[in-house]
Design a protein around this ligand. Structure first.
Ligand SMILES: Nc1ncnc2c1ncn2[C@@H]1O[C@H](COP(=O)(O)OP(=O)(O)O)[C@@H](O)[C@H]1O
Ligand SMILES: N[C@@H](CCOP(=O)(O)O)C(=O)O
Length: 321
């Protein structure tokens, strides 16, 4: 999971008295996610998700709650925070900050079809546009500087080849990533498990807890690296064309962004390789923790490095498997 915090039903039932949500019926830990403790919560009035913030500092949690409320008000299907009787969204449970949000319909798709890839590209562009009016956004924390800091912490655990790859890529990013690409609020973790579909329609965009301001193109690269990856870690040209085409139709990409695309694909691969390595070598104590495979992202980084400037773009021919 990620259920780092254990709760008793009595504890939650008592806490729930402060909400206008009726009585507790069921509470089930969610066996996905690596960042927070999440529970499906059913009460006599409906179905919700209870999130206990494990890594999010209490002073940062209101940012994410306001962001979800803003996006939900701008037609992005993201979880809507639920207030207690004192009109508070963020409360304390088990000594940690906690929030109840609406439970969204649909299910995530491990093997998305082209229509679903296009729907995700369109949704990401809509999210970037809707977030333009969000006041006082914070920086994206897991940027290249974070990767460099985390790389120092994991360095003692790495084999020589991995250490070299990591070092080379950090240097490449510091030298080659342009610093004047269009920026805005990014989701920063729009993997397949963070999107719910009802048919081919996106019915849920989840998990905004890495969000912050960074290059919009970085968000697109994070998304493409996950949604369009093949079994060989290369990119599938058809899925790329569907996702990128739908994004570009809503927020046309600038020539500078097209030129920077291969570097940003590498930056996105690096960020998740580093975080997975960090979680692997320096795990937090927790029950049933779902750790992600760092090697998968090493392969993705290596594949992006190997493809050089040949990264699939809008109407490129099918590549990969
Ligand atoms: N509001 C929601 N509606 C429906 N399912 C949800 C909701 N929030 C979380 N989930 C489910 O819980 C899983 C983990 O949630 P996530 O926010 O990704 O956790 P973490 O913050 O730990 O990464 C999701 O993949 C999804 O299956
Ligand atoms: N998507 C990341 C892990 C981040 O965890 P999430 O459950 O919050 O999406 C990865 O795959 O490494």
């Amino acid at each position: 999971m990620s259920v780092f915090t254990q709760l008793t039903t009595t504890q939650v039932a008592t806490w729930l008295d402060a909400y206008p949500l009726g009585s507790l019926e069921t509470l089930t830990g969610i066996a996905e996610g690596v960042q927070n403790s999440n529970f499906f919560l059913s009460t006599s009035t409906g179905d919700y998700v209870l999130t206990i913030f494990e890594e999010v500092a209490p002073d940062q949690a209101p940012f994410y709650i306001r962001l979800m409320a803003h996006l939900a008000a701008h037609a992005i299907p993201c979880p809507a925070p639920v207030a207690n009787r004192r009109n508070e969204y963020l409360t304390w449970l088990g000594g940690k900050p906690a929030v109840i949000v609406s439970r969204l319909a649909g299910r995530s798709e491990r093997a998305p079809n082209l229509a679903q890839c296009a729907a995700v590209g369109a949704m990401l562009a809509a999210l970037h546009l809707a977030a333009r009016s969000f006041p006082a956004p914070q920086r994206h924390h897991r940027d290249t500087d974070w990767c460099a800091r985390a790389a120092k912490e994991i360095a003692p655990f790495l084999a020589a080849d991995d250490a070299r790859l990591l070092d080379d890529e950090l240097r490449h990013q510091q030298a080659a990533r342009p610093d004047e690409l269009p920026q805005g609020l990014i989701h920063a973790d729009l993997f397949r498990d963070n999107v719910l579909f009802s048919g081919d329609r996106v019915s849920g965009v989840l998990d905004f807890y890495f969000s912050g301001v960074d290059d919009l193109l970085f968000d697109l690269a994070v998304t493409v690296n996950d949604w369009c990856v093949t079994a060989k870690a290369t990119l599938d040209g058809q899925r790329c064309a569907a996702l990128l085409g739908a994004y570009d139709a809503r927020r046309p990409l600038l020539p500078a962004e097209q030129a920077a695309w291969p570097t940003l694909l590498r930056a996105a691969a690096l960020r998740f390789w580093v975080s997975r390595l960090h979680d692997h070598h320096l795990p937090r104590p927790g029950d049933l923790v779902a750790r992600r495979d760092p090697d998968a992202y090493r392969s993705i980084l290596q594949a992006r490095v190997a493809s050089g400037d040949e990264a699939p773009w809008l109407a490129s021919p099918a590549q990969g498997d």
